[in-house]
Write a protein that binds this ligand. Structure first.
Ligand SMILES: [Fe+2]
Length: 290
């Protein structure tokens, strides 16, 4: 049985401009926005689950937390034990927090680079159908998880080592270009669910670099791109295709300042026979700075 994390389950974001985020999430991405009874938080639904992203109103914009999924109670207990053995201080969630996350149980800890991280099991499906914010074919999630998340850290190799040693991640590749170094990690067939960028690419350490969600059709990406151009949504990288996960995507600037990648056609890998790669370029074509 595979041990450790099996997918990127959810992400929490602290956002100062909720209205701008609502427009972006529904009108550009096609996500399904759900409000909650117990708080001002908004839940962004991408599939059968109650949510994949939580927007928390805040004065400061940035990453709130990253939720990594394990499959069941024994895996959860084993994972908690391994982290404690490694000297990681775990904080067990109370009932109110479990309800907020819509999961059966979770623990919180701060990873060695300072990122608020959660391990959980038992995400909630409430029977409500996904209702796209604009006509799209849907998001590619399921066992591949919500997409990928990329953070910045002083030493990507050191942080990658923590995730591979203690949380069951496997290295996908290293990439070096433009004075920067990136470590890419997988925890299921998605080519990478997590990546760590060093400050060489211009973003200071300890920050959210970008989040990626994948849709089921290239047309969904193309139409989102058109909508950004028509609506003057700030773009960061033009349409292009990555060398490593072969994602055809573009990057926009969210109202919170960090980037969001919207893509199609990501590579699914054979984990058993994977060989770690070394790339010296991020793109096959496109992805030009705008
Ligand atoms: Fe990405």
């Amino acid at each position: 049985m595979k041990s450790g994390v099996t997918q990127l389950g959810y992400i929490g974001l602290n956002v100062s401009d909720m209205e701008a985020w609502k427009r972006l999430a529904a009108d550009i991405f096609g996500m399904d926005i759900r409000s909650t009874e117990e708080s001002e938080n908004l839940y962004l639904k991408l599939d059968e689950r109650t949510h994949r992203i939580i927007l928390q109103p805040s004065d400061l914009d940035g990453l709130g937390f990253i939720g990594w999924e394990v499959p069941d109670v024994p895996s959860f207990e084993r994972q908690c034990g391994l982290l404690e053995e490694a000297g990681v201080k775990l904080e067990f969630a109370n009932n109110e927090e479990k309800h907020q996350r819509r999961v059966v149980d979770f623990v919180k800890f701060v990873d060695p680079a300072g990122f608020s991280t959660e391990i959980y099991h038992g995400s909630t499906i409430d029977g409500e159908p996904f209702s796209a914010g604009r006509p799209i074919s849907g998001f590619k999630t399921g066992n591949l998880g919500l997409g990928h998340v990329v953070v910045t850290a002083e030493d990507p190799d050191e942080l990658a080592d923590f995730y591979t040693t203690h949380l069951g991640f496997k290295l996908s590749e290293f990439m070096e270009f433009g004075g920067g170094r990136i470590a890419f990690l997988h925890c299921n067939a998605r080519e990478h669910s997590f990546a760590i960028v060093d400050p060489g690419l211009g973003v200071p350490p300890g920050q959210l670099h970008h989040i990626m969600v994948e849709v089921n059709s290239l047309d969904d990406v193309g139409r989102a791109y058109d909508l950004c151009l028509e609506g003057n949504v700030p773009l960061i990288l033009s349409l292009g295709r990555h060398t490593n996960d072969l994602m055809t995507s573009f990057y926009l600037k969210t109202p919170s300042g960090f980037a969001f990648e919207y893509g199609f056609g990501g590579l699914e890998i054979d984990e058993e026979n994977w060989q770690v790669k070394h790339y010296t370029a991020p793109k096959l074509w496109g992805h030009n700075p705008l």
